[in-house]
Design a protein around this ligand. Structure first.
Ligand SMILES: NC(=O)c1ccc[n+]([C@@H]2O[C@H](COP(=O)([O-])OP(=O)(O)OC[C@H]3O[C@@H](n4cnc5c(N)ncnc54)[C@H](OP(=O)(O)O)[C@@H]3O)[C@@H](O)[C@H]2O)c1
Length: 328
């Protein structure tokens, strides 16, 4: 397998694996106290993990202004340092938050806010351009999104961003952004347990990259949650919001999901892969347009996930076997 993939029709090449920087933002929460981070993190370990990923050939990093209420962007910017020009940085806008209290306070889909949010992200990242700027409000009004798409085209003309995308699971919304010539991708949920055929068809037709969030089903596909261990307070998985699936009421992983992970174990661990590497290999086999962006919390996870690149994609026969095992 090629270890790089095109970022849609943008002319930008990225490593076939990106690194998702949500968890390294550390703790933040909704106004009602709902945790929105992944618990405590060690920033020095996050910096070491990003640099290890760079050494292992990873050139694509996905973050958002809101992760850790600005903290993820700062940590990523610091970790990249002088190597920023060698990588493709994706961040997001649309959520409004308080950096002091690390609290999400709402959303803003206005073009005026888009510009303010970009200025703030550039400052936190320590850069003067964003490679891929993504609209984070997944269910926003499509008519309003068309205005934002046009505003993004203007930002491309000004050299402040190189390309843009919508982070949404709705193909009809993604198609609104795809009408803009510099729309390069859609970010959406996709992993071996949750397929997204309609979105992949749109990516094929519109020439977009499919950037895959939660490629490890938020850790479940690593196979390490077999014992249903409870998660620490401050970790979003300990008090799952309605959209977060697989962690039941938060007391541990959902037994039904764990059974499905167990059923896939042999096929995902073929050719000496770890279960997490097998989950990434499934995504590369699913489409030539996919770019999974697994989250990470340590150098060890960075090494394991980056190590999936050299093992490549599953075979077509293994894809069929996965569908059979899951009754699809
Ligand atoms: N646009 C959006 O709205 C949106 C939504 C979700 C995610 N995203 C993006 O997508 C990225 C990835 O999605 P995600 O963070 O939801 O979930 P994910 O990538 O499916 O899972 C990441 C988590 O799995 C565990 N993990 C990672 N590598 C591992 C390994 N090798 N072995 C064992 N455990 C491992 C880590 O948590 P533990 O060690 O704590 O288990 C890590 O935080 C995010 O970082 C973010 O950039 C975007």
């Amino acid at each position: 397998m090629e270890t790089t993939r095109p970022l849609g029709r943008s002319g930008i090449e990225v490593s076939a694996l990106g690194f998702g920087c949500w968890a390294i933002g550390g703790e933040w929460q909704a106004a009602d106290g709902q945790p929105l981070g992944w618990g405590k993190v060690d920033d020095e370990e996050s910096v070491r993990a990003v640099r290890r990923a760079l050494d292992l050939g990873v050139t694509f990093f996905d973050t958002a202004d809101t992760y850790g209420a600005g903290h993820s962007e700062r940590v990523l910017g610091r970790a990249l340092g002088k190597r920023r020009a060698d990588v493709v940085v994706a961040t997001k806008w649309g959520n409004v938050f308080d950096e002091e209290t690390r609290t999400l306070t709402g959303g803003d889909d206005s073009p005026a806010y888009l510009r303010r949010a970009l200025t703030a992200s550039l400052r936190r990242l320590g850069t003067d351009y964003v490679d891929l700027y993504q609209f984070h409000l997944s269910d926003a009004d499509p008519d309003q999104a068309a205005l934002l798409r046009d505003a993004c085209e203007e930002l491309v003309r000004e050299g402040l961003i190189r390309a843009y995308a919508w982070s949404t699971d709705d193909p009809a919304r993604a198609a609104v952004f795809a009408e803009g010539p510099h729309c390069a991708a859609v970010q959406h949920a996709l992993n071996v347990l949750t397929d997204a055929p309609a979105m992949l068809t749109l990516c094929e037709e519109a020439g977009l990259a499919s950037i895959n969030r939660s490629p490890l089903a938020m850790g479940l596909l690593s196979g390490k949650r077999r014992d249903r261990q409870p998660l620490e307070a401050g970790d979003i998985r300990s008090r799952p919001p309605a959209w977060l699936r697989g962690f039941g009421d938060g007391s541990g992983a959902d037994p039904e999901w764990l059974a499905r992970v167990d059923a896939l174990r042999d096929v995902l661990t073929s050719e000496g892969r770890t279960p997490a590497q097998g989950a990434l290999a499934w995504l590369w086999a699913r489409s030539t347009r996919t770019v999974p962006i697994p989250g990470f919390r340590s150098v060890a996870q960075a090494e394991e996930n980056a190590g999936a690149l050299e093992k490549g994609a599953l075979t077509a026969a293994q894809l069929t076997e996965v569908d059979r095992l899951l009754g699809r």
